[in-house]
Design a protein around this ligand. Structure first.
Ligand code: CAA
Length: 258
């Protein structure tokens, strides 16, 4: 397995684990970390032995945002010409479902990275926010877009315009967080969710994620068309026949990802 500078990577069964590891900077997302996460995640995405990915940080921070010290001296043109965050779109586009396991701070780019994942499971210590307004900027990795779709205009505006943080309970109540668990159980719970997803048939998991993504990105009519086509296409898989036969025969399905 590749050794990375800013992350730890391992495979547990059919789940790929990515642990952000820049403890000196509360896992701030610098360019190297972006390269590392995107490389590891796209590697897992291309591996048929992987059915789900977990991204996590430390007890203190999932990630405290984009690396402010790296960005501070850049000009507007540097940011545009350097396509400073561009590579993150490759992470958002992977087919494999990603579970974000968040403890501590998920701020700015950290909150935005969690929102590029499909399920956000939060420790009761988690704190979410888009504090960019305090730095004289605005969210740059989806915070004004994905957050609004997740929690609605008024809650998103409250966070983006004031820069305040919300705790795990408020985040779950708002619809940003899928589940809150005691901090000590975070990784085990995230692992269980990822194992469950990875036990399903890959073609149907990919289709489900693509349909959910379509709901975020397109109109209702287009999304419904996409869903119907993807649903029909799954009837040409072995696993659809196996899944439905297993139901009729009252046994567990034996999926072959085909
Ligand atoms: N970038 C670079 N370094 C950071 C960082 C960041 N986003 N967040 C924390 N660090 C560094 C600190 O500078 C500090 O380093 P030193 O020890 O060398 O001084 C170290 O991590 C520990 O941080 P603190 O001493 O500040 O820890 P704390 O417990 O007192 O405070 C915190 C924690 C409230 C999270 C605070 O660190 C903080 O406010 N961080 C910045 C949060 C932020 O503004 N994030 C948005 C960034 S912009 C962005 O993300 C744009 C985008 O949309 C993509």
């Amino acid at each position: 397995m590749t050794e990375y500078e800013t992350i730890l990577v391992e495979t547990r069964g059919r789940v790929g684990w990515i642990t952000l590891h820049r403890p000196e900077a509360l896992n701030a997302l610098n360019t190297q970390l972006m390269h590392d996460v995107v490389d590891a995640a796209t590697g897992f995405d291309a591996d048929r032995g992987i059915g789900a990915i977990v991204v996590t940080g430390s007890e203190r921070a999932f990630a405290a945002g984009a690396d402010i010290k790296e960005m501070e001296a850049k000009s507007g043109l540097d940011m545009i010409m350097g396509d400073h965050f561009g590579e993150w779109s490759r992470f958002a586009a992977i087919r494999t479902p990603v579970v974000a396991a968040v403890a501590g701070y998920a701020l700015g780019g950290g909150c935005e990275l969690a929102m590029m994942c499909d399920i956000i499971i939060a420790a009761d210590t988690a704190k979410f926010g888009q504090p960019e307004i305090n730095l004289g900027v605005i969210p740059g990795l989806g915070g004004s877009q994905r957050l609004l779709r997740a929690i609605g205009y008024y809650k998103a505006a409250d966070l983006v315009l004031t820069g305040r943080m919300m705790d795990a309970v408020e985040a779950e109540r708002s619809g940003l967080v899928s589940r809150v668990v005691p901090a000590a159980d975070l990784l085990a719970e995230a692992g269980k969710i990822a194992d469950t997803i990875a036990s399903k048939s890959l073609p149907s998991v990919f289709a489900a994620k693509a349909a959910l993504d379509a709901a975020m990105e397109t109109t209702l009519a287009e999304g419904l068309r996409f869903e119907r086509q993807a649903f029909a296409a799954l009837f040409s898989t072995h696993d659809q026949k196996e899944g439905m036969a297993a139901f009729r025969e009252k046994r567990s399905p034996d999926f072959t990802n085909s």
